[in-house]
Design a protein around this ligand. Sequence first.
Ligand code: FDP
Length: 353
Amino acid sequence: MAEPGSTSPRAAPSPNHSLSPPAPALVGTTLEAHLIGGMRGTPGATGDFVSVLNALTLGIRIIHNRVRAAGLAGMLGYTGETNVQGEEVQKLDAFANDVLCSVLERSGRCALVASEEMEQVRVQSSSGKYIVCFDPLDGSSNIDVNISIGTIFCVLRAQSVAGHLTEGPLQPGHKIVAAGYSVYGSATTVVLATSFGVNCFTLDPGVGEFFLSHPDIKCPERGNTYSINEGNHARWDDKVRKWASWVKEENKADGRPFGHRYVGSLVADAHRTLLKGGIFAYPADKKSPGGKLRLLYEANPMAFIFQQAGGAATNGVDPILKVEPKSVHDRTPLVLGSKHDVGVFREFMREER
Ligand code: FDP
């Protein structure tokens, strides 16, 4: 062994060894690792929040598995029942609802759930600190034709005093602590918005894990695509019609005419808008004077995600996240997307254009 201070030639570091580059990262960041990493930096975090989100992503993986096999497993078509919205319940909707209720109940951290498929909220665990609102299978009219569908959810805090809930799911969206959606499309992805930002994870079906694929998503400040059901034109009011004509006018200086894209699954239309910019609108119309989409489990989660990503969401008058819900199945007009494009829509609604 060389004495201290001596310069034995054997002790000198070999340039080859000391300069070897770090091993390439063969394994990406899993969703779970991402959540645990975020929790480490949060004082007072107990892990309950991560457990709820882990339960949700387990549910999404189970739903993904069934969606992929739906045609083979005989899960297409209707159960013959109608849900609280008066719509026929499809087999996959019922399955997805049961899966999410079950995984959240098993987590033991969820006080109650509110779902598009259940008339009443369902109590899960008296000690649960969180409330989860979800649309278990969004875009259900697209199931039978093999078009992208998804799951939308948001997580709220359950406030209780002496074992009694003081705040249930009827909380405005600005109180959301996390929101997300999955898209069962050409790949299965989950977009998750928390106070750590908005990130997208893609499922590797071979290993059954979600890996970070789109870190720190920012919705472009403006876009040149609009997404609306043009078939409702005759039912819109004049202000919406005027805006819908404006996006189609030729004006190179501000990127018009906008291109039109409309899948008819909120998850798919919102996902494209989040990544590429532009605007999605489902305004009130003569058929749905209060709007078609649901506030608690469609509009609020999407509005939270867009806001966290630097975009915007409005009901045409107020920011969606400020709306006070009156009942679990409230509907609302919903316009979301790039901040600039949503701002222009608002100007049309205020008749400033
Ligand atoms: P669906 O009726 O297929 O369940 O949640 C409602 C929803 O789909 C959204 O996913 C979608 O954005 C919208 O309704 C489509 O409505 P229209 O068919 O009226 O355009």
